[in-house]
Write a protein that binds this ligand. Structure first.
Ligand code: FAD
Length: 411
């Protein structure tokens, strides 16, 4: 999970010039990548009447994909950015509708407890008007009230806590599999193979070459390849989408009260300078998940060795001992090494290849994309088929990208 205080950028005039032709239903569309972004986009396109082929090199929610971990946080708190607030509301609605349709439990409404060191947390305050607009409200707890309600958490160094009852966590890799299964069941074609873009001629991508020797041809191609996008299109996306190593740890809860630990809400310990930790206590019995949210080194998502780093595990243990004293002796039961697919400003990318009108890029989840899968997939399906104009926030030419090309813009 990654949290930023980004503001929506201005609309760039170049966008107005890019007319997108409408694709008739029954047109062929190929989507590469069956992670949170590609899987949902393929499903929405299919449900809108297109003939869709979904391709993935390693399978939906595989261990190398950013969507391939056990769980992901879903939160409405997005500072002053109403676009992501609304996107999250829509995503939550679609997660709930579809999990019911599939008879699966993918969303766990545990709530999120924000642990606040200072009297004000501007990031939360800025979201309050949007919450109010939707008839929602945060619950404010003094440190004493919070300690009474959550005796397993140490609040002595905190000013207060804020509880968001609408939030929680999603089953991540299971969610990708569920989407792909629904896609196939509803008539989509799925291929497991590595895809490579063919040449661009006369403003059109000629097709997709697969590692099984075949070629896929369609009216539109969507590359939703997470951290691989920068490697697949180095000249266009090499500096726009970068992959960094990120680790998460699952610690074993005490054996005599495991249910009490697992029933804690998702927690976010964020406004303590550089020391940003968050966790998903239940993670459906996988363990007490803890993440130290700092960007690691640049990595290649296919070839990176995924061994956890001992010094980071120790750092997380020290944090656990302070915030959750009952976990002081907790053993590490699992760890996962993943990657963020960072855009320069943390906003998603949904735009066309500058030289190929039928070729689309969708990605840049930047540590917060999973939750939005159903809603960004729906939005992408509308844009790709010409029913809606490009969104400035996700454009490759947005001013924000130009501004931060030289360095990361972390919170
Ligand atoms: C440690 C960590 C914690 C996170 N926490 C949160 C969180 O709490 N909440 C949240 O909302 N988000 C979170 N995120 C971010 C979120 O997981 C990602 O933004 C999101 O999953 C990205 O989905 P994607 O579909 O773009 O990419 P991916 O899930 O990586 O999917 C890309 C797919 O493309 C396939 N592919 C790549 N290249 C090719 C090719 N050439 N041919 C065929 N297939 C190809 C891959 O196999 C893969 O399946 C977190 C990320 C990490 C790493």
């Amino acid at each position: 999970m990654e949290i930023r205080t980004f503001a929506p950028p201005e609309v760039h005039s170049v966008l107005q010039l890019k007319a997108i032709p409408q694709l008739k239903t029954q047109s062929e569309i190929a989507v590469v990548g069956a992670g949170a972004f590609g899987g949902w986009t393929a499903l929405h396109l299919l449900r809108q009447g297109y003939r869709v082929t979904l391709i993935d090199a390693f399978g939906p929610g595989n261990s190398r994909a950013s969507s391939g971990d056990e769980t992901r946080v879903i939160r409405s708190t997005y500072g002053a950015n109403e676009t992501y607030f609304d996107l999250n509301r829509r995503a939550l609605q679609l997660w709930c509708e579809n999990q019911e349709r599939w008879g699966k439990k993918l969303f766990h409404r545990t709530g999120i407890l924000w642990l606040c060191y200072h009297e004000q947390m501007p990031f939360i305050e800025a979201t309050m008007p949007f919450m109010a607009k939707h008839g929602l409200a945060y619950e404010y707890l003094s440190a004493e009230e919070a300690a009474y309600r959550y005796p397993l958490i140490n609040f002595t160094d905190l000013h207060h806590a804020v509880f968001d009852a609408e939030a929680g966590y999603l089953m991540a890799r299971e969610g990708c599999r569920a989407v792909a299964e629904a896609f196939i069941e509803e008539g989509g074609r799925y291929i497991q193979a590595q895809a490579e873009p063919m040449s661009v001629n006369h403003n059109q991508l000629a097709g997709i070459k697969l590692s099984n020797g075949s070629v896929v041809q369609a009216q539109a191609y969507v590359w939703a390849c997470g951290a691989w996008l920068g490697y697949l299109f180095p000249e266009i996306l090499g500096k726009v989408i970068t992959a960094t190593r990120q680790e998460v740890y699952y610690f074993g809860v005490p054996e005599n009260c495991s249910a009490a630990w697992e029933h804690l809400p998702v927690w976010i310990d964020w406004d303590n300078g550089d020391e940003f930790f968050y966790g998903i206590p239940g993670s459906t019995h996988r363990g007490f998940k803890v993440a130290y949210d700092k960007r690691g080194e640049d990595v290649h998502p296919t070839h990176m060795e995924r061994q956890p780093t001992p010094s980071l595990i120790e750092k997380s243990r020290r944090f656990l001992a302070r915030r959750f004293p009952g976990m002081v002796l907790a053993p590490l039961v699992e760890a996962r090494v993943c990657q963020y697919e960072n855009s320069p400003d943390g906003n998603f990318i949904l735009d066309r290849h500058p030289e190929a009108e039928n070729c689309w890029f969708l990605g840049g989840g930047s540590g917060h994309g999973y939750k939005h899968g159903p809603a960004i997939g729906e939005w992408a399906a509308q844009i790709i088929t010409g029913k809606q104009p490009l969104a400035a926030l996700f454009s490759l030419v947005r001013p924000a990208i130009a501004q931060v090309q030289g360095g990361q813009n972390d919170v």
